[in-house]
Design a protein around this ligand. Structure first.
Ligand SMILES: [Zn+2]
Length: 341
């Protein structure tokens, strides 16, 4: 039996020597080390041996097994190396070939404007407050001092849903009520950015969906002077440190008094051009002191608290900054347009 083991070792190693392909190693393994291999047969037959013979045969059988396993491992490593070497020899790497460029995404021009606006107001201590795009009629109108059937509601062409009293918000102003109801009676300083929806005839100046950034400050002793100072500073940070601003009296149902802010046309410097329609001024935002009724709906006593609010359209500001003539470019997903920013 010892002789038989030596023969097994000799045959197996010789066969392994001739194997040149990785796949054949598996076959060799099952043939020479598998359960049905001659070597394993010896282990089975050992049971019938005498007590003196058994340790000798067992010792050699283990040696043979270890030798075969070691040889297999060596052969595997050798074949792997050979395969690598041959692939290095045959497949030449051309290091002069230019790399594949990764096409990187970029931020949408309106998102870029939004982030500039966030950054400016963040420096002034305003936090971003987000609220829902699907609103109730109450939040969108009633709590903003526009009761049912109030004619002021006609200023917003509204998308209604099948569900009574559920609409797509026409402006970010409902967020004012959400913020006030969440924070009262604490002071508030937030901006409310987000998407709004209006049932509009789409044109070069009007879209059905657009973003707005609303601002709201509520607290003690907040005056119109605070409103003017904050917004003038904002305009200087966004457009130019020397830009002039002016406030024109206006009307919004949810502020009293109300004003629109213009900045001096940064294209013509106030001389008059086609962008500012020869006026020298560009309308940027609407603003005003929060109406007492709105404060009340938000949970603040207007005898004690006051506040100001403002709202602007980042698309419009982006159009002014880059002299874009058609608002429809923003949602057209035309790369020739988007790649310019
Ligand atoms: Zn101009």
């Amino acid at each position: 039996m010892l002789k038989q083991l030596e023969q097994i070792r000799k045959d197996a190693l010789a066969e392994l020597e001739n194997t040149q392909i990785q796949d054949e190693l598996h076959q060799w393994r099952s043939k020479n080390l598998g359960n049905k291999s001659p070597l394993m047969g010896v282990f089975t037959e050992m049971r019938d041996l005498s007590k003196e013979e058994r340790p000798k045969v067992g010792k050699l059988a283990n040696e043979v097994r270890q030798a075969l396993e070691a040889a297999l491992e060596q052969k595997q490593a050798a074949l792997k190396l050979a395969a690598l070497q041959s692939s290095l020899d045959t497949e030449k790497l051309d290091v002069t070939l230019p790399g594949r460029t990764i096409s990187r995404g970029r931020l949408h021009p309106v998102t870029q404007t939004l982030r500039r606006i966030y950054a400016i107001f963040a420096e002034m201590g305003f936090q971003v407050y987000r609220s829902r795009e699907v609103e109730s009629d109450d939040y969108n109108f009633t709590f903003l001092n526009m009761p049912a059937h109030h004619p002021a509601r006609d200023m917003w062409d509204t998308f209604y849903t099948d569900k009574e009293g559920v609409i797509l918000r026409t402006h970010t102003s409902p967020g004012q009520i959400h913020a006030m109801r969440e924070y009262h009676p604490d002071p508030i300083r937030v901006i409310l950015p987000g998407m709004c929806f209006r049932y509009e005839q789409v044109s070069t100046r009007a879209e059905m969906q657009f973003t707005q950034v609303e601002g709201l400050a509520v607290g003690y002793n907040i005056t119109f002077g605070d409103l003017k100072g904050t917004l003038t500073d904002f305009a200087r940070r966004l457009f130019d440190a020397d830009v002039r601003t002016r406030f024109r009296a206006s009307h919004f149902p949810f502020t009293e008094p109300s004003a629109e802010m213009d900045v001096e046309c940064f294209i013509c410097g106030g001389e008059g051009c086609s962008v500012c329609k020869q006026t020298g001024w560009l309308e940027i935002l609407g603003s005003g002191m929060v109406h007492p009724n709105v404060l009340r709906y938000g949970g603040y006593d207007p005898e004690e608290y006051s506040g100001y609010a403002f709202g602007m359209g980042p698309e419009r500001i982006t159009m002014l900054l880059h002299q874009i003539e058609d608002i429809r470019y923003f949602w057209r997903n035309d790369l020739r347009f988007l790649e310019q920013f």
